[in-house]
Design a binder for this molecule. Structure first.
Ligand code: KG4
Ligand code: ZN
Length: 334
């Protein structure tokens, strides 16, 4: 079995995965959403401190599996440096004290392998990764051959939901709250511009849309003296429609040029039902299969890290405890 640790942002999570069968033997995640909610976003130092409390608590429950462990895995990039450090420190300590090899896992690969938890992997496929930190189209050919085809030039899809929620005083994380409000809203009331509509490039941008929403909120407050519940729902619905339209427009461009046979959506924001439906229609239109992670594995978790770790273990992809590095950003998957 492999014990895997995830602490790249605001979720403390540990998983134990059986190497032969990919079976998830143990999985626990302690989310910090409530603690960050008052700030409208993740506060890195607070997140790190909460990992220091949560990770040892979870580890305690894993002790019975220690004799069966063959390796320790940990997310080392990308993410918040101060929070990655907590998981990596614990992984190094376990690797030394239990005399087990160490596996460094890329968090983005983790999101991709969330599709294969307790399953065989099915690559190659093209992946749309939408999370709080990333909006990317990735050609995932194999574990060691993944190419980022498109990325965002500023904010990410999930982050824009967080920002809109913050502007409306709805709390954090914004994705699920905005999605819920949008269900009761009129998505044609506000005409927000679809980002990079005229650009032939396949890339993403959310800072302009975020700004357009901010200006509209200010305009409504000036006109009406405040926002009523229906205004909030209509803003959320109009924003969500535009945010998804941007992804859809660029993904369609990619489909036209590359005609992928297998497509998937992963990452925390892949839980968005509106986006899922739109991409499903696109895949049907182009005859591509669509894979989705189970909802419980869309957001950050150690089960997905464990699933990548199994693949890395099988090819002896280990790292020396003195050489494991922490990277807040990664340019590619190599
Ligand atoms: O993958 P994840 O847990 O963390 C990162 O690696 O960033 O993704 C979290 C992000 C947050 O920005 C959250 O607001 C967004 O995913 N999210 C959603 C939804 N559920 C979570 N965004 C849009 N719609 C949702 N239903
Ligand atoms: Zn993530």
């Amino acid at each position: 079995m492999i014990l895997s640790i995830e602490s790249s942002c605001d979720d403390s999570s540990i998983a134990i995965t059986q190497i032969e069968t990919n079976k998830l033997i143990y999985h626990k995640k302690i989310s910090q959403e409530l603690q960050h909610s008052v700030y409208g976003g993740v506060v890195p130092e607070l997140a790190a401190r909460l990992h220091v409390e949560a990770l040892p608590k979870i580890l305690q429950e894993c002790k019975v599996y220690f004799p069966k462990l063959k390796a320790i895995a940990v997310t080392n990039a990308p993410g918040l440096s101060v929070t990655l450090m907590e998981g990596v420190t614990m992984a190094k300590a376990l690797s030394i004290s239990l005399d087990l090899p160490l596996i460094a896992v890329n968090h983005l690969k983790g999101h991709i392998y969330s599709l294969f938890i307790e399953k065989q992997s099915l690559l190659p496929m093209t992946v749309l990764l939408v999370s709080g930190g990333h909006t990317q189209i990735i050609e995932a050919n194999s574990l060691k051959d993944m190419n980022i085809i498109a990325t965002t030039i500023d904010d990410s899809f999930g982050e824009s939901f967080d920002k809109v929620a913050k502007m409306l005083g709805l709390g954090y994380p914004g994705g699920p709250i905005v999605q819920e409000k949008a269900m009761n809203g009129d998505d044609s009331r506000f005409d927000f511009p679809v980002p990079l509509r005229q650009s032939p490039r396949i890339e993403f941008s959310y800072s302009g849309l975020k700004n357009a929403v901010r200006l509209e909120i200010e305009r409504q407050i000036q006109k009406e003296g405040g926002l009523i519940e229906q205004d909030i729902c209509d803003i959320c619905a109009s924003f969500q429609k535009t945010a998804a339209a941007h992804i859809l427009q660029k993904t369609k461009k990619y489909f036209k040029q590359n005609a992928p046979k297998h497509f998937s959506i992963v990452g925390g924001a892949s839980a968005n039902i509106y986006l899922r439906t739109q991409i499903e229609n696109l895949c049907n239109q182009y005859g591509a299969s669509l894979s989705l992670s189970q909802l419980q594995y869309c957001s950050d978790n150690a089960a997905m890290i464990g699933r990548v770790a199994v693949e890395q273990y099988k090819i002896d992809d280990f790292v020396n405890v003195d050489e494991i590095d922490i990277q807040s950003r990664v340019k590619d998957f190599k």
